[in-house]
Ligand binder design. Sequence first.
Ligand SMILES: C[S@@+](CC[C@H](N)C(=O)[O-])C[C@H]1O[C@@H](n2cnc3c(N)ncnc32)[C@H](O)[C@@H]1O
Length: 272
Amino acid sequence: MTPPERRTRGRTSRSRLRALDAYLYRCERALLERQDGEWREAAFVDVGFGEHPWTTLESAELFRELNPTLPVIGVEADEGRAAAAARHEEALTRFRHGGFDWASTAGQPVRLVRAMNILRQYRDEDVAAAHAELGRALLPGGLGVEGSTDVQGGITVAHLLRRTPEGLTREALLFHTDFHHGFAPVLFRDWLPRDLRRRVQPEEPIHAFFAAWTEAWQQAREQGAWEPRSAFQQSALQLAASAGGVSADAWLLERGYLRWQPSGGVPRPLSI
Ligand SMILES: C[S@@+](CC[C@H](N)C(=O)[O-])C[C@H]1O[C@@H](n2cnc3c(N)ncnc32)[C@H](O)[C@@H]1O
């Protein structure tokens, strides 16, 4: 898939994807460490790293604590940005000019592919093809991460897409907040991944999820959980008890993460 015609803004900021990195470090450790067969050479590919490759380099540093020989490849549709990033290259870190399909066409085995803050510039109807292209290079069991954050990375929502023998599944939706803006479920609405962002509307499955979370949050507040962190944790626990697929893992909830992994996958919007 070709990116939008005009040169898109490449704005990024240091630490913007730290919360996502920390989640992957903790919850995808086996994926990052794996060394058998093709996995030994399997890369982390960061698609659309932006004007500066800060976030790629930060992830590389963290993930290499688990896997010191992890190949990391930053891919950019903007040729100038890809060329400028070359000064950060070293033996295991490379930067290339290309798009969502770069990894599958380059024949590079991939364990993890990330495309954060990219699809906001695309149309709704482009999302399924973009996911498919991102997923094509993944080894079975590999993970695709696509979503959005606010400018500083204090709010994140991302699709977790898993490559299975049947194809790429919409395994889970990951929410994270650092509580900088307080907490209410609605805070996440504007940072939903591209295909869900304008779908918090009656009849849409994502609307039902937000309605259940908002009700749980209101109940938590009625029970005295006013402080953002406790309102978040209590609402998430209540949601975990009432709705399927919400993780009650204490590590996640204490740090502002909610993972929704409905059986059957994260529902697609009703119509595109
Ligand atoms: C807003 S920046 C995001 C930077 C970084 N990923 C972050 O989350 O902060 C978006 C970048 O994606 C690049 N981009 C857009 N479509 C792309 C595509 N199909 N393949 C590779 N890069 C793309 C743009 O050129 C731009 O530099």
